[in-house]
Design a protein around this ligand. Structure first.
Ligand code: PEP
Ligand code: MG
Length: 753
């Protein structure tokens, strides 16, 4: 059953023509369930009806014409109830609607199931049979599973349709994503395809068959050479019979059928990558369906071989790439390393099909000051290729191939935004003081970019968070103590006599070191931050020693521990910091300053031990990005739940307020270094709660300073009181946006001045 399902879904995804794909699919389902009719209806939300798209059993003349209103007939009922309906004699059901043109008079049994993607009914798939009978459990399970698997693919098609409509009708169509970094960009899309994974390839046609053929032959040649070299290198190291695997791979590559099938597909107009995907995936499904375990295993081999050829194909194609001017980077998942790769290529904005608003890639985009849109959905990457686009990082709207009216509108808004930035830049050297005299320290979040220069200070009075893991991520082995001393010295010296908070290594989660891989099912709940470094004192001690040594003669270092969840961790870390301190003191005649030690408040458990923690450390810094993730149990990188990730959730706001109250009672220094501090509304609320140190990326400092200078502390407190009374994030957002407009600060949270 499972194999049949997989075969049907694969065939569906591999057929680029929608009507053909739907037609084949209904025929396959009808055959698999040995029934008399299978049909699929797709929802049209503008017309509020389901349109009959394909059927094997109903009159063919009705396809594309017959529609059933959302609240009509049995199909409408399946959509309304959002669950399968199984009826032995449909004609007698009160909701049965007679549509003479479909000619279903002799079909009695009916089972329909909705195709739902992200809570939205995309269509209905139904089976019908002459014999009046209830479909059995297995048949129902088959249809439900099929619908669930088709949902993602159909959601793609839906977006594809939107895209083609927006292109042809030139109307105001846009793709909606989740806004992740504010700002506007008009530029040219550049798609970064996932490397060497056939599953990540979107099917594409090419009009240059000769070129695609020569690319394919070249990749096969290189793969063959690789296999030869690998086999030679392994001689003597692994048993002879294991070496046979290389021989078998080579044989598969040479096998006339595999190569021939791929070249045939290229001759039909497919790009070399697409042809490879189509053929290899077909083989994989066939092999996986065989009962014999040995043959089933070969599916893995053939997949691996396909990915190897793909790797060489991609090497070839990427060396021919031309990056567009005003580049907007689009990728399945934009990561920090991907951003670093393209950062110097006149990058203007990023679009990530997956991902969430608080991923480190997004934080980096904000730090660099360009708009980002994430969680766009399962749209084929190829649909973004080589198009002009407008990116609205405030609303999450992406306009593909925009018409003149949209271009003019956004050119105007971009101009207004530039004017706003110029106005805001005037306060760079002024203090961050409210109109009634409350002063706030604005500090810098540093480390996200390797570069560091004077202009990046932007009026910051110190560094509130230096993410030391980022320089670690940009290397291919652990840095030596000496090398770390040089990095830290540069940072400490650039803020003479101003505090520099260096956070010890916070790897794990979405921050991986290529040379220290951590593979876990739940990385954000796993081995991360202080949990890793306490397990590896040799890494922690070298880092702390380097920080202390770099601080000699400076004296502005403060050390911060990430991901603390219990008091023991703090004790253990302090013990190691003291050890490093005594070691360095013994190795030099100069005075070694004892740094302040603080912890990040980002795991909910510590919210209930603040008093005890305050007795052990010198300061708290709230990491609102992780605090939100852990308090709401929403993975900060998961696009599927990204709408649930909201720092303005009443529970998060109340937790933040509670932390501030407790810190005041314990008379401990408090700051916040998560992204909330760089949001105009967030900064207002935090200031009112009593956070008088806010740390953010350089780009945001003038904007937040402007906001602080244009309100009174009293106004911010009134706004906070109201926000703390709301029960939902939406209420908080709406109220805050209204208040910002009233204060003349609306230009910071939407496009335009
Ligand atoms: C945070 O969690 O808010 C934080 C500042 O740390 P990071 O984003 O690096 O996890
Ligand atoms: Mg964090």
């Amino acid at each position: 059953m499972l194999t049949t399902l997989r075969r049907i879904v694969l065939a569906f995804t591999q057929e680029p023509e929608l009507n053909k794909a739907l037609g084949n699919m209904v025929a396959d389902v009808k055959q698999a369930l040995k029934t008399d009719c299978c049909s699929i209806y797709l929802a049209d939300y503008q017309q509020q009806h389901f349109l009959l798209m394909a059927s094997d059993g109903l009159a063919q003349a009705s396809l594309g014409h017959t529609s059933i209103g959302f609240s009509e007939g049995l199909v409408g009922l399946v959509g309304q109830r959002e669950e399968p309906i199984n009826i032995a004699n449909a004609q007698f059901h009160p909701r049965f609607k007679h549509a003479p043109e479909v000619k279903e008079e002799d079909l009695n049994a009916f089972m329909g199931t909705p195709i739902i993607h992200q809570r939205k009914v995309l269509g209905i798939i139904s089976v019908q049979q002459r014999q009046s009978r209830q479909f059995n459990e297995n048949e129902e399970a088959f249809l439900v599973t099929l619908a669930a698997q088709l949902a993602v693919v159909i959601a793609n098609i839906e977006s594809k349709e939107i895209l083609s409509r927006s292109k042809h009708q030139q109307n105001r169509q846009f793709i909606q994503g989740v806004p992740a970094s504010p700002g506007l960009a008009i530029g040219n899309l550049y798609v970064s395809y996932p490397k060497a994974q056939l599953s990540g390839i979107s099917l594409r046609k090419s009009d240059n068959k000769e070129q695609q053929l020569s690319l394919f032959y070249g990749a096969v040649r290189q793969t063959r050479d690789d296999l030869m070299n690998m086999s030679e290198r392994m001689q003597g190291a692994i048993p002879e019979d294991t070496l046979d695997i290389f021989e078998m791979y080579r044989h598969m590559l040479e096998s006339a059928s595999l190569g021939e099938e791929i070249t045939e597909k290229i001759a039909q107009g497919w790009s070399a990558e697409s042809a490879l995907k189509l053929v290899i995936e077909q083989y994989v499904v066939q092999f996986e369906a065989v009962d014999d375990a040995y043959i089933r295993e070969r599916a893995t081999d053939i997949k691996d071989l396909g990915n190897r050829v793909l790797y060489h194909l991609q090497q070839e194609t990427s060396s021919r790439v031309h990056f567009p001017e005003q580049m907007i980077l689009v990728a399945e998942e934009v990561t920090v390393s991907l951003l670093a790769e393209y950062q110097d290529k006149s990058l203007k904005a990023i679009v990530s099909l997956q991902g969430s608003t608080s991923s480190h890639a997004v934080i980096l985009a904000r730090a660099l000051g360009f708009p980002a849109i994430v969680a766009v959905g399962n749209i084929p990457l190829s649909l973004f290729s080589d198009k002009q686009a407008v990116i609205d990082g405030y609303s999450g709207e992406i306009y593909l191939s925009p018409d003149e009216a949209i271009l003019n509108e956004y050119c105007h808004l971009v101009k207004e935004e530039q004017e706003l930035q110029q106005i805001v830049a005037q306060v760079v050297n002024l203090p961050a003081v409210t109109q009634d005299g409350r002063s706030i320290e604005l500090l810098l979040n540093a480390g996200l970019s390797t570069e560091f220069n004077e202009s990046m200070k932007n009026g910051a009075v110190g560094i509130g968070l230096y993410r030391t893991e980022i320089p670690f991520m940009e290397r291919n082995c652990f840095p030596s103590e000496q090398e770390q001393i040089c990095w830290y010295k540069t940072v400490l010296e650039s803020f003479q006599r101003q505090p520099v908070v260096m956070r010890t290594l916070d790897i794990g989660g979405d921050k991986a070191l290529s040379y220290f891989p951590i593979k876990e099912d739940n990385p954000f709940l796993g081995w991360r931050g202080i949990r890793v470094t306490l397990d590896h004192p040799e890494i922690f001690l070298v880092q702390v020693r380097a920080m202390l040594a770099a601080n000699i003669g400076q004296g502005n270092l403060e050390i911060m521990l990430p991901m603390v969840s219990s008091l023991n961790e703090v004790d253990d870390a302090i013990r190691l910091i003291n050890q490093a301190y005594y070691e360095i003191s013994n190795e030099t005649t100069q005075t070694v300053a004892k740094p302040k030690i603080g912890i990040m408040i980002e795991v909910p458990s510590v919210i209930f031990q603040l008093k005890e923690l305050a007795e052990k450390v010198d300061f708290f810094s709230v990491g609102s990005n992780d605090l939100t993730q852990y308090l709401l149990a929403v993975d900060r990188n998961n696009a599927r739940v990204s709408v649930l990730y909201d720092t303005y959730h009443p529970a998060v706001l109340r937790a933040l307020n509670h932390i501030a109250e407790q810190a005041q009672l314990s008379l401990i220094e408090l700051s916040l270094c998560g992204e909330l501090a760089s949001d105009p509304g967030g900064a207002l609320l935090l200031m009112a709660m009593g956070y008088d140190k806010l740390s953010m990326s350089s780009h945001n400092i003038p904007k937040i300073k402007w906001v602080i200078r244009n309100v009174s502390y009293e106004q911010s407190q009134q706004i906070l009181t109201q926000c703390l009374m709301y029960n939902t994030s939406d209420e908080v957002h709406n109220y805050l946006n209204d208040q910002l407009e009233l204060l003349g600060l609306g230009g910071f949270v939407r496009a335009g001045k």
